[in-house]
Design a binder for this molecule. Structure first.
Ligand SMILES: [Zn+2]
Ligand SMILES: [Zn+2]
Length: 216
């Protein structure tokens, strides 16, 4: 392993999504472009990076708003779990039901997967791993010593399941995430970063999942 995988966070869009740029050796992927694509593109250009893909941790509009613009500029696919493709395509409708009057253009080049998918960035490898619950097609992105948890696990909270989700699935996915080493850093789709040790000690949902296999 030569050099660190760089993790940069940019706050984007109407729901303050954590857009994450993972980069190594001039190559990068953009995770969860929540809008304000100019901000994302400026960051990519300023750091001299070549994007190879946009990745959505799930199909909610606040994680895919800037995807088509990034795709147009860099000719890269949007990678998303197969089960969240329809939700992603309907992002405009869902966004309007939230009272947000932005427009959404669905990306045209989409790559889907189920289960797991490995991606190489420079000399690092990350694994996209399905973790359903917040939505049927929610994924987490696992790297060395860190996990991008999307809207599945937050600092001191977990994702809601009332917009296309399932609570039993969320419990299973949280158990999977909490089984990683306690020193693992987590970068959620919203809010502050954390690590698994802090969540196991302080996050009431994580504690319940560990002790009695349920959220409440
Ligand atoms: Zn969400
Ligand atoms: Zn979100």
């Amino acid at each position: 392993m030569t050099g660190m995988l760089k993790i940069r966070k940019i706050l984007t869009g109407p729901l303050m999504t954590n857009t994450i740029i993972l980069s190594s050796k001039g190559s990068c992927v953009v995770v969860d472009p929540g809008g304000e694509q100019k901000k994302i593109i400026d960051d990519i250009e300023m750091n001299g990076l070549t994007p190879k893909a946009v990745i959505a941790t799930h199909g909610h509009f606040d994680h895919v708003l800037g995807a088509s613009q990034l795709q147009e500029k860099y000719h890269i696919p949007l990678i998303i779990h197969e089960k969240d493709v329809d939700m992603m395509r309907n992002s405009g409708t869902m966004m309007n039901s939230f009272g947000i009057a932005e427009s959404f253009t669905p990306p045209s080049k989409i790559e889907t997967f189920t289960g797991k998918m490995d991606i190489t960035i420079g000399d690092h490898e990350i694994t996209l791993n399905e973790t359903p619950g917040h939505t049927d097609g929610s994924i987490c992105i696992i790297g060395e010593g860190f996990i991008l948890t999307g809207d599945t696990l937050f600092r001191l909270s977990v994702g809601r399941v009332d917009i296309g989700g399932n609570q039993d699935e969320l419990v299973k996915s949280l158990k999977f995430l909490l089984s990683f080493p306690e020193s693992t850093k987590i970068y959620p789709g919203h809010g502050e970063m954390s690590d698994l040790r802090f969540e196991i000690l302080n996050n009431v949902f994580a504690k319940n999942v560990m002790s009695k296999n349920t959220l409440y």
